[in-house]
Design a protein around this ligand. Structure first.
Ligand SMILES: Cc1cc2nc3c(=O)[nH]c(=O)nc-3n(C[C@H](O)[C@H](O)[C@H](O)COP(=O)(O)OP(=O)(O)OC[C@H]3O[C@@H](n4cnc5c(N)ncnc54)[C@H](O)[C@@H]3O)c2cc1C
Length: 64
């Protein structure tokens, strides 16, 4: 059971989720992303994990 459902995991949807959680960390939020739900597959998940891993590894767009 979620308190808030955000439709669309684009920049606006994700920023909205982050902002809500910053002020209300007690709320449970679900983000429903069309592309993800349609493509849902191990390969798609794997691609996201690899991309995230390499971005973090090479500090691409990540500031410390
Ligand atoms: C080719 C191109 C290049 C761009 N280049 C730049 C740039 O260089 N710099 C810049 O600042 N901006 C750029 N923009 C603009 C930028 O991409 C948009 O302003 C920004 O992504 C809008 O964010 P958003 O969250 O409102 O929408 P989106 O990023 O479009 O996110 C909406 C999300 O909702 C999902 N969705 C849609 N319908 C449903 C549904 N029924 N149920 C669930 N999920 C759904 C979509 O899959 C999508 O992921 C570019 C846009 C394009 C098209």
């Amino acid at each position: 059971m979620y308190d808030i459902a955000i439709i669309g995991g684009g920049i606006v949807g994700l920023a909205t989720g982050v902002k809500i959680l910053q002020s209300r960390p007690d709320l449970k939020i679900v983000i429903l992303e069309k592309e993800y739900l349609e493509r849902k597959s191990f390969l798609f998940d794997f691609k996201i994990i690899v991309k995230t891993f390499t971005n973090v590894l090479f500090s691409k767009g990540v500031s410390h």
